[in-house]
Write a protein that binds this ligand. Structure first.
Ligand SMILES: [Zn+2]
Length: 405
């Protein structure tokens, strides 16, 4: 089954040769089959006329923590009233998560994945990290795996209050053994009050030895050694990068490690913004992700993150959209995602707007009118729930009726 999307006013391909196309069309099956001028488009089984709208790759959200129970709205309100963010509130969510049933956790992930999809996210990475015991971390990665192919084992999120001593032995031993079958990535919160550089190196190396690929929470609250460790271990991404030395920026610029910026966290903790311009000027690959979690960034909205990156981190709208699509794909080392050249996965969004610039220009406005994953238009109804993983249980995907002809 092939689908022709035509009368595209502006098509963002993120392909260096194709660039930004006007009056364009695209033909998709599971993958992109053809891209070019609308006047030259070949026929396809179905046809969607988007009447001058902008089309761009679906957002690739490379950093989220969706497996949890409860929320921390009172903590957020207290912070907005002047209390600092310390990361200590993670333990509040751990208690709620441990007390929840599998179905409660699953329903919460489904709700948040659906929210993300309605805002244009076609791929989402999901971390564990609110279980912090072998059985609770194992069920977190198992449930995450029902929703996405990009699952990250984050047993080393914080040390639990009940077993701080020997916790790294647990994370690198029995907990890793129980979680590795469901995860593709290993992560650690390398930060004062969480895990130091030596502990973080142990966690990531154990994960690598178990067949997982490394990524890291680095330099969020302090100028620690996380970024240097990321480069040393060829992490796909160093996430946060809020406090960087010159040596850190140089190391990232000369590496394959993406700097993933998470402006939702700075927004929600009223913290200083990461210096995106400094990273871009040095030639570092920059991604944007939501960091969706109940404590420090409870947003699933990539358009919101784009707007923050433009307004407060001084990225251009085009740079921010690239970082939220192609940048996220690089942070997950997925060359099939984040662009719309022939052969790429046909994950795309149609905006209720003539240009990708509107994502930052019209902040807070629901501009996503259609979403396709692997060439299939997704139902964006709130009630149905949506799962992003074809290999897990999934709801039927209904075509976007009314505009198909
Ligand atoms: Zn995080």
């Amino acid at each position: 089954m092939s689908l022709l999307i035509t009368n595209i006013g502006e098509l963002t391909t993120n392909d260096p040769e194709l660039g930004l196309l006007r009056d364009a069309a695209i033909v998709v099956g599971e993958r992109v089959e053809w891209v070019g001028p609308a006047s030259a488009a070949p026929a396809a089984d179905e046809r969607l006329d988007v009447r001058g709208a902008a089309v761009l790759p679906g957002f690739v959200d490379s950093h989220s923590h969706l497996v949890f129970a409860g929320d921390r709205a009172p903590e957020f309100a207290a912070r907005m009233a002047g209390e600092p963010y310390t990361g200590g509130g993670i333990r509040t969510t751990v208690a709620a998560t441990r007390a929840a049933t599998d179905d409660e956790l699953r329903a919460n992930v489904a709700r948040l994945v659906g929210e993300a999809l309605r805002q244009g996210t076609t791929t989402i990475e999901i971390k564990s990290g609110y279980g912090l015991s072998t059985p609770d971390e194992a069920r977190s990665v198992r449930i995450a795996r029902e929703f996405t192919d990009e699952v990250t084992f984050l047993g080393a999120h914080v040390k639990p209050a009940d077993t701080p001593d020997g916790y790294v032995d647990l994370v690198t031993g029995p907990m890793l053994d129980a979680c590795a079958p469901y995860a593709g990535w290993v992560d650690v919160f390398c930060e004062r009050g969480a895990f130091d550089v030596e502990e973080s190196r142990r966690v990531l190396k154990a994960g690598i030895a178990a067949g997982l690929r490394p990524r890291i929470h680095a330099n969020q609250l302090t100028m620690g050694g996380g970024v240097q460790l990321a480069v040393e271990l060829d992490c796909a991404s160093a996430d946060h990068c809020t406090h960087l030395s010159e040596a850190d920026v140089d190391a990232l610029a000369n590496s394959n490690t993406v700097a993933t910026l998470l402006p939702g966290a700075e927004f929600s903790t009223r913290a200083p913004w990461p210096d995106a311009r400094r990273l871009l000027a040095a030639g570092v690959t920059v991604a944007l992700a939501s960091d969706c979690n109940p404590g420090s960034s409870y947003t699933s909205s990539m358009p919101f993150c784009i707007a923050l990156a433009v307004r407060d981190m001084k990225m251009t709208p085009t740079e921010a959209v690239w970082a939220a699509t192609a940048g996220g794909a690089r942070a997950l080392r997925r060359p099939d995602l984040g662009h719309l050249a022939p052969g790429a996965s046909a994950d795309l969004i149609v905006l209720d707007a003539p240009s990708h610039l509107h994502l930052a220009y019209r902040p807070g406005v629901p501009l996503i009118s259609s979403v396709a994953r692997k060439g299939t238009l997704q139902s964006l109804c709130v009630a149905e729930g949506h799962l992003l993983n074809a290999s897990g249980p999934h709801h039927p995907e209904s075509p976007h009726k009314g505009v198909l002809s």
